[in-house]
Design a protein around this ligand. Structure first.
Ligand code: SF4
Ligand code: SF4
Ligand code: FES
Length: 244
């Protein structure tokens, strides 16, 4: 056991401040275990979200040391301690409700804007393993919002649909039994997919290793080839291996 300091950004609806707590951790202690211990033994007023503790429900996202956006239940605290301290803040790009609890409403409502659900085609086609492979990874999305939190595109465009929602577009666009087909690309364009600056932060941070930026790139590339998305609208002037 080792004593470390957890510095947490607090918010009570009126003001925000950083508060430091000393807790004992081992090599295996996860951030969520430390927060639960802290809340149970030191400060019951601290708020954070937790449910499954197994990287499945997607509720426990937080930001640590100002740069890593992670699931608290999947993160071993010792790996992020610097000079005996770890800093924990709520996710970015969404409203803070209290302490580490953020409002996931913004990105969840945007799922509606992109029709992020299956629309069955009239005739069902048999599905083979190679069909599933095209979007299998994207079905792992747990709606944690970590990609949404880390995305810099919101600095220039608050109406950007966000990486999480373009993962949904990709997943159903690749499904041969989905009825919307190219309408999904039109929807992506309407939700400002070209505001993506292709930094890949979403891909590197996704706890489910979904190739988020690559999915966005594929949608944009296809949309531009088909004339659905205008080439001149490419986000931030970023140049891609495809030359658009
Ligand atoms: S690659 Fe695009 S969607 Fe992903 S974090 Fe960067 S700007 Fe956002
Ligand atoms: S794509 Fe990854 S980071 Fe984004 S919401 Fe889904 S699981 Fe979370
Ligand atoms: S508590 Fe469910 S993903 Fe962390």
């Amino acid at each position: 056991m080792e004593k470390i300091v957890i510095k947490i950004k607090r918010f009570n609806g009126e003001r925000e401040w950083f508060q430091e707590y000393t807790v004992s951790v081992t090599e295996r202690t996860t951030l969520i275990e430390a927060l639960m211990e802290l809340q149970g033994s030191i400060d019951p007023s601290l708020s954070f979200r937790v449910q499954c503790r197994a990287a499945i429900c997607g509720t426990c996202g937080v930001k640590i040391n100002g740069e890593y956006h992670v699931l608290a239940c999947k993160t071993k605290i010792k790996e992020f301690i610097k000079n005996g301290i770890i800093t924990v803040e709520p996710l970015s790009n969404m409203k803070v409700i209290k302490d580490l609890v953020t409002d996931h409403g913004e990105f969840l409502y945007k799922i509606k804007d992109v029709k992020g659900w299956f629309e069955p085609a009239e005739e069902f086609q048999r599905v083979y393993p190679e069909d599933l492979q095209k979007f299998e990874k994207e079905t792992d999305c747990i709606l944690c919002g970590i990609c949404y939190s880390i995305c810099p595109a919101f600095e220039i465009d608050r109406d950007f649909g966000g990486p999480i929602n373009f993962v949904k577009v990709f997943r159903f666009w690749k499904d041969k039994n989905d009825a919307l087909k190219d309408e999904r690309i039109v929807i992506a364009e309407k939700n400002h997919i070209t505001s993506c600056v292709h930094c890949k932060y979403c891909t590197f941070s996704c706890p489910k290793q979904i190739p988020v930026e690559q999915d966005i790139m594929q949608i944009e590339f296809y949309g531009k080839q088909k004339g659905i998305i205008k080439s001149s609208e490419s986000g931030g002037g970023f140049s891609t291996p495809f030359g658009f």
